[in-house]
Write a protein that binds this ligand. Sequence first.
Ligand code: ADP
Length: 395
Amino acid sequence: MSKAILVLNAGSSSIKFSVFLEQGDVLNVLLGGQLEGLYTSPRFKAKDAAGDLMNEKHWEQGEQLGHDGGINYLAAFLREQLGEHQLVAVGHRVVHGGVDYAAPVALNADTVKNLARLIPLAPLHQPHNLTPIRTLLEKRPELLQVACFDTAFHCAQPAVAQTFALPAEISERGVRRYGFHGLSYEYIASVLPDYDAQAAQGRTVVLHLGNGASMCAMQNGQSVASTMGFTAVDGLPMGTRCGNLDPGVVLYLMDELKMDTRAIEKMLYQQSGLLGVSGISSDMRTLLDSADPKAQFAVELFIYRIARELGSLAAAMGGLDALVFTAGIGEHSAAIRERVCRAAAWQGVELDTAANLAGAPRISTANSRTSVWVIPTNEELMIARHTQRILNAQA
Ligand code: ADP
């Protein structure tokens, strides 16, 4: 029998889950999967540690499960799968920890209340992250629950990296740069010494390129600057999010096009980025496979923005020793990596084309002044590790 830690990542219409078993000193994944379409046509899928399908279920179109129904279904599935293993804690991905939560925290009614106050800072994510926490607090009050924040890794950034040049009283309300994807960056920081001890102690830019995309400047394993700011819509253009935008554009949309807050939010979060520019797809694979000039331009803009941000992040550190590519596009697209590396040749990057095509961990030549790595991220494991640490500290 092993101790089991459940990791949950609840979004607006989906719940992703993983189960880790404590075996000796390590956490091994037992299974993982997701419930999607909670409010439209729910679908459940679970895979074992080898990635083979264990279980799948589709509900009728229109048959809503909701978050509570989803948690109930998942609980029944896990009871069956866990067998004699004992569920000892649940770790949650929570997007916003605000200024107060610079590290993972054990959850109770008070912490949940504090985290709910941050909903205005992340209205599209925070309420959904909190839903299963509340359900479990009610149904299994004895079970340890831990919140792990996407913002926490960036909390120690210097004030100049965190501050908007707005009136001080607005900054004091918490309107500042927070940065996100922190669990991914923290995971990369934790394994980077195994790949490149010099990079781990030096000046590294990590490129988390997935549907959501951002970049983080890390010095000696600590975040010193990042492309995402007050919200996760800032920085790079993403699948459907616009990234960096002159705030004057928002004023124009309001004044000239008479768009209200929700319409602007929808445009900036769901209709922009690769999808908006190409008019074809938010999916990088589709765009790379397309001969349509609009698809090609969307990819070109993505690369251009990455290259500009790379200059900016290197400037924040006074130089650059290493790059790390991670997440869906970063881990799997040799073509995007090659184009980014070419654009970064002036920063001492020399790509090893064969290694890049092979997706080898090191994809820069032995002579490259800046080393370049492909390292798969593992946010779930990071959450499980934090949860285990808090569990052990309470024992
Ligand atoms: P999320 O942010 O939702 O976790 P992922 O990290 O899974 O997203 O990344 C999804 C993105 O990765 C999509 O744009 C997808 O097209 C892209 N991607 C995955 N595999 C490849 C590939 N082989 N080539 C290019 N893009 C890829």
